[in-house]
Design a protein around this ligand. Structure first.
Ligand code: AMP
Length: 216
């Protein structure tokens, strides 16, 4: 049973690994960041509310985020496990997840923390581009698309996320240290935490993760 929480600072590679893990294990990928971005694109009331926080690099308020995840986890496709990417990010969110995951009989089994140092995060995020249509990630130096500005997978335009600028990134990194890092201790005490070096390359990291999921 894999009920996974994926943690790490912005730019650690959570989204990239998440896509690979769910493809290997056939569990739903629940990314609160992606859900907010979709709501922003559709300009729903949730999207309009989230937009003001996200574009500045701030966290969306806990009650809103927890409500969104509660609804998502109650969908039938989570009955055989799930991968949460970017949730929880605060202690109140982690406490809410304890309750929600027990309600659906799927308590968290693995917390994966991907560690990358600050200078490397800044380098990765400042060069990051994403597909406007399918969200696939690229980097202007290290993960170039075959054709400049065009997604290899779906042919969509590549764009820079509005919160991938220096000012918003500094705020996001501050939130990570202040609000999210305390969760490492929270999950360590529950013996759920597994920490990985996020600079080893995506393939090697996926292999290490597969070993972990096999062991448990
Ligand atoms: P991400 O794609 O995970 O980097 O998330 C992008 C942005 O969405 C974050 O910088 C936050 O503004 C917002 N966000 C995503 N997940 C959460 C969360 N669990 N709690 C609060 N805000 C979130």
């Amino acid at each position: 049973m894999l009920n996974i929480v994926l943690m790490g600072p912005p730019g650690a590679g959570k989204g990239t690994q998440a896509k690979r893990i769910v493809a290997s294990y056939n569990i739903p990928h629940i990314s609160t960041g992606d859900m907010f971005r979709e709501a922003i694109k559709a300009q729903t009331p949730l999207g309009k509310l989230a937009q003001s926080y996200i574009e500045k690099g701030h966290l969306v308020p806990d009650d809103v985020t927890i409500g969104l995840v509660k609804e998502r986890l109650s969908q039938p496709d989570c009955a055989n496990g799930y991968l949460l990417d970017g949730f929880p990010r605060t202690i109140p969110q982690a406490e809410a997840l304890e309750i929600l995951s027990k309600e659906i009989n799927r308590p968290v089994t693995h917390v994966v923390d991907i560690e990358v140092e600050k200078q490397e995060l800044i380098r990765r995020i400042s060069g990051r581009r994403v597909c406007k249509c399918c969200g696939a990630p690229y980097h202007i130096v290290t993960m170039k698309p075959a054709k400049d500005g065009i997604c290899n997978i779906c042919g969509g335009d590549l764009i820079q996320r509005k919160d991938d600028n220096e000012e918003a990134l500094n705020i996001r990194l501050d939130h990570y240290v202040k609000d999210t890092k305390p969760l490492l201790d929270f999950y360590q005490k529950k013996n759920l935490l597994h920490t990985f070096d996020g600079t080893v390359g995506a393939d090697e990291l996926l292999n290490e993760l597969k070993k972990l999921f096999k062991e448990n």
